[in-house]
Design a protein. Structure first.
Length: 457
C-alpha cells in the first residue's frame, strides 16, 4: 500500500488554495462541502469562486503566492495553478512546515491526494489510485455509485443515533459487530431507506431486547488454486465476516488480503516433513475458538474435501458439538489444468480421470499401479513432486508407455504459473532444469498433448 487513506474533519478549519481558476473552484467546492473555511491566494479569481470563499467565511488575497501566507496556521494547502514552478514552491514551503499539501495533477509535489468520492453522508466512500490513473478512479466511482443505495447515508445516520445504546447493552466489541451485521441484513435497512423510522426504531429495540451472545461456528472454506477471482461468492462472504482465520500454506497472499482486516489470522501451513502446527493442533484450535463464541474460517487451498483433510477436521467438530459449514472450492486439478490449457477429459483421448496424492500418511507414493495403466485415462497427482521419479518408474514398470505425455503445473492460476511438458521417461529430469517448485500439480495422459493447441495463459 503506497498511500494511507484517512478521513479529515475540516469543519471550521482554515484551508488555503493557491490559484483562482476553474481547477481551484472544483477543489474549493469539495472543501466547502466538508465545512472548511477557505482562503484563496491568486492574482485573479473567478467570480463564482470568490462568492464561495465569502460563504465559507474565508478571505481572498489578490496577489501571487509568497511564503508569508503560510504563517497562518492552515490545516492543509492545495496548489491549483497551471504553473509548475508555483506548485513546486508551494510544495517545498509546506513540506518545510509539515503542512499537508496537494498539487493538482502534479504527483511529485503532493503529500496527499484527493480521491474520487461517493458521498452518502455521513457515509463517505473514496477511490484512489495514488495518482496513477485518476480516470480509472472516476470510472470505479461511477460503478460504485450504481450499487450503493442513496439510502445508505440515512442508515449510517440512524446507526449513529443508536450507537451509544447498543454499546451499553453489548460491551463486547466482537459481539457488537455481529449485532450490527445481523441488523443490516434484516428488514430494518429497508425501513430506514423508506423513512419508516418509527418501525425501524421498534425493530432495533426488539433486537436489543432479544439479544443473546452468539454461539461459535466454523466455516471450512475452499480458497481455490490461487487466483482470487476463482473464489466463490459464499467463500468471500464468510471470509469477510470471520473473527478468526486459520489458513494453510497454499492460500495465496491476494486471497488472504480479502479476509476481514481485523480478524485474528493464524498460519498453520504444512510442507513435506515440516508442519508448523500438527493436524491434531489445528483441530484443537478450531474447537477452542468456536467454543469461545468466535466465527472461525478454516481457509484451505483448493477444495477442503479433496486431499485437504477436511473430513478429519469435521469429525473433530462433530465430536465437540461445534456448528460448521463447508464451502467447496475449485480444486487444483480443475483450476490448474484449465489455466494450462489441458482438458482432463476429451472424447478422443480420455473418458475417465483419477485424482491421486503423491505422498500418503507414511510419506511414500505407494499407489495401485496396475489400476493406473489404462487406455484413455488421465491421472492427476497432487503433492507428487518429491516422489515424481519413483512414480514415473513404477508406471513404466507396470506397463505404461515411457513416452506417455506428462505436464507439471507449478503455482497454477497465479501470475507465477509455470508449465513444463515432457514424458514419463524424462519429466523427472526437467524439474531441476526448469526450477519447478511446490505447489506443483502433475497431469499424466494423452490430453497433455492438447496444451500446444489450447494454451491461453
Amino acid at each position: 500500500m503506497d498511500i494511507f487513506p484517512i478521513s479529515l474533519k475540516l469543519q471550521q478549519q482554515h484551508c488555503l488554495i493557491v490559484g483562482g481558476g476553474h481547477i481551484a473552484l472544483r477543489k474549493a467546492n469539495l472543501l466547502a462541502k466538508a465545512g472548511a473555511v477557505i482562503d484563496i491566494i491568486a492574482p485573479a479569481i473567478e467570480e463564482q469562486l470568490l462568492q464561495l470563499v465569502k460563504t465559507t467565511g474565508g478571505e481572498y488575497f489578490a496577489e501571487s503566492f509568497a511564503e508569508k501566507i503560510l504563517n497562518t496556521p492552515y490545516r492543509l494547502v492545495i496548489a491549483a495553478t497551471n504553473d509548475a514552478h508555483v506548485n513546486k514552491a508551494v510544495f517545498e514551503q509546506c513540506e518545510a512546515r509539515n503542512l499537508l499539501v496537494n498539487s493538482v495533477d502534479d504527483i511529485p509535489h503532493c503529500r496527499f491526494m484527493v480521491p474520487a468520492i461517493i458521498d452518502r453522508s455521513p457515509l463517505i466512500i473514496s477511490v484512489a489510485s495514488n495518482g496513477a490513473s485518476p480516470v480509472l478512479s472516476r470510472q470505479l466511482r461511477t460503478q460504485i455509485e450504481t450499487i450503493v443505495p442513496h439510502g445508505m447515508g440515512k442508515l449510517a445516520e440512524f446507526s449513529g443515533h443508536w450507537r451509544k445504546q447498543v454499546k451499553e447493552k453489548i460491551p463486547n466489541p466482537d459481539e457488537r459487530r455481529i449485532f450490527w451485521e445481523n441488523l443490516y441484513a434484516s428488514p430494518l435497512k429497508e425501513q430506514v431507506f423508506n423513512d419508516n423510522l418509527e418501525v425501524a426504531n421498534g425493530l432495533i429495540q426488539q433486537a436489543l431486547t432479544e439479544w443473546t451472545a452468539p454461539k461459535g461456528e466454523v466455516y471450512l472454506v475452499g480458497a481455490g488454486p490461487g487466483d482470487p477471482e476463482l473464489l466463490t461468492l459464499k467463500a468471500l462472504r464468510l471470509m469477510q465476516q470471520a473473527d478468526v482465520v486459520i489458513y494453510d500454506r497454499l492460500v495465496s497472499a491476494p486471497i488472504l488480503e480479502l479476509c476481514r482486516r481485523d480478524a485474528t489470522k493464524i498460519y498453520v501451513g504444512k510442507a513435506r516433513s515440516n508442519h508448523s502446527v500438527p493436524q491434531d493442533g489445528i483441530n484443537a484450535l478450531l474447537v477452542e475458538y468456536a467454543q469461545k463464541g468466535k466465527r472461525v474460517c478454516r481457509l484451505k487451498g483448493g477444495d477442503p474435501f479433496i486431499f485437504g483433510r477436511g473430513g478429519e477436521e469435521i469429525q473433530e467438530l462433530v465430536e465437540a458439538n461445534v456448528t460448521f459449514q463447508v464451502v467447496p472450492g475449485i480444486t487444483a486439478a480443475s483450476g490448474c489444468s484449465a489455466y494450462a490449457g489441458i482438458p482432463l477429459t476429451h472424447r478422443d483421448y480420455a473418458q475417465s480421470v483419477r485424482f491421486l496424492t503423491g505422498h500418503l500418511k507414511e510419506g511414500s507414493p505407494e499407489l495401485p499401479w496396475n489400476e493406473l495403466v489404462y487406455e484413455n485415462q488421465t491421472l492427476v497427482l497432487y503433492m507428487g513432486l518429491v516422489g515424481l521419479e519413483r512414480i514415473c518408474e513404477q508406471l513404466i514398470a507396470h506397463g505404461q508407455r515411457a513416452d506417455m505425455p506428462v505436464a507439471l503445473i507449478s503455482k497454477g492460476t497465479t501470475p507465477d504459473q509455470k508449465v513444463v511438458v515432457g514424458t514419463l521417461a524424462d519429466i523427472a529430469t526437467k524439474v531441476s532444469e526448469h526450477h519447478i517448485v511446490a505447489p506443483t500439480l502433475t497431469i499424466i495422459g494423452e490430453v497433455v498433448n492438447l496444451r500446444e493447441q489450447l494454451k491461453w495463459q
